[in-house]
Design a protein around this ligand. Structure first.
Ligand code: KG4
Ligand code: ZN
Length: 350
């Protein structure tokens, strides 16, 4: 146990992520990511979405080999782990339980501190994971920063004043941005998860080919359910006269849908920056992997003199490296939990 005021050196954090359909383990040493192993669950593709019970079972099968691989890749022995961090919330309860039970057992067996991590805080802090270009460290965002977190379950704008001081200032009132991508893809007959496929087809499409409405939502909140309905009516109308309409125009439809989702996101981010005066701007979450969003963010950033940051691709979608970096900052803040901590599907921001 770490119970004095001096930091052990090095600080080795083992981290577990199991909130949805990826089982992931990572090791971080003094804030540097040493390994990040992710086992994805292909089983859900045939059902067009994540089946919670199947996800829990797959986590049970994956967790030990994934942790073992994360440790072996780094050469760090389990007795050299200083603390263990895990995703406590939000997510699928059965999936969270697998990771949390594993982490609690590990903490108990090794007599080390246990750190509970909020999945959405971790997506934001993925921007603090050190990265290198040609051996030189890439610049890190300074505080305060604004982060647009866009995933399959959430869409939020967060002010981050320090790694452990975060405040949600805008969020979706219905579907998340990732859901908007996935549900649009489903209407086009594309398999789940459709977000990356829309991204791929959009690359060769014309974003101005079709116009979808931008919802008028007050403040910094978002809404995507109206967009989904307008796409549905649009497709019904066009396929009535031409059943091959989607096939013949797939790239243009994808580019136009992506263009609208991206403009909804970035217009709110611009408003948040103007209202707060913050120009350190990050994006995070699975949808941050979207090419259209990445390019449009850079363009808007240049125009508005923002410092923009986007995590490396593998730290955008669900991964344990982001849990590890969050665990590291919580370790420095001595923010530990007891073994009676419980996973929570819908915990509020901590
Ligand atoms: O953060 P994440 O991996 O899991 C959640 O916590 O939800 O996000 C998954 C979401 C899915 O909706 C997926 O379709 C979307 O991120 N996504 C993308 C792209 N890559 C992943 N959406 C658009 N373009 C992409 N390239
Ligand atoms: Zn996520």
């Amino acid at each position: 146990m770490v119970n004095n005021n001096t930091l052990p050196t090095p600080v080795n954090i083992l981290a577990i992520e199991s909130s949805c359909d990826e089982t992931s383990a990572a090791v971080c040493r003094d804030g540097m990511i040493l390994s990040n192993v992710i086992a994805s669950q292909k089983i859900h593709e045939q059902y067009g979405g994540v089946v919670p019970e199947l996800a829990s079972r797959a986590h049970i099968q994956h967790i030990v080999p994934v942790v073992d691989a994360a440790l072996r890749q780094t050469g760090v022995d389990k007795k050299d782990i200083t603390a263990i961090a895990f995703t406590r919330s939000p997510g699928l309860i059965g999936s969270l339980l697998v990771g949390s039970q594993f982490a609690k057992s590990f903490a108990l067996a090794m007599q080390i501190p246990l750190i509970a991590v909020h999945h959405m805080q971790a997506h934001v802090l993925a921007n603090l994971i050190p990265s290198f270009t040609n051996g030189s460290p890439a610049p890190k965002p300074s505080f305060p920063l604004l982060c647009l977190t866009v995933s399959g379950g959430h869409t939020q704008i967060v002010i981050c004043r320090s790694p452990v001081d975060l405040q949600v200032i805008g969020e979706t009132m219905d579907d998340a941005a990732g859901e908007a991508f996935d549900k649009s893809a489903k209407l086009l007959g594309l398999p789940y998860p459709g977000g990356p496929l829309i991204d791929r087809y959009a690359k060769t499409g014309n974003p101005a080919a079709f116009k979808f409405p931008e919802p008028q939502i007050p403040g910094l909140n978002f809404s995507f359910s109206g967009l989904k309905t307008s796409i549905l009516y649009f497709l019904q109308e066009r396929t009535k006269n031409n059943p091959a309409f989607v096939k013949e125009n797939l790239e243009d439809i994808c580019a136009s849908i992506q263009n609208r989702i991206v403009s909804i996101l970035l217009n709110k981010l611009k408003k948040a920056s103007l209202e707060t005066g913050i120009k350190n701007i990050c994006i995070a979450g699975g949808v941050a992997a979207n090419n259209g969003l990445r390019v449009a963010l850079q363009e808007m950033g240049t125009k508005l003199q923002w410092q923009t940051f986007i995590p490396k691709f593998e730290y955008c979608t669900d991964n344990a490296a982001m849990i590890a970096i969050t665990g590291y900052y919580k370790f420095l803040a001595k923010d530990f939990v007891n073994l009676d901590v419980t996973a929570s599907a819908r915990a509020e921001w901590e």
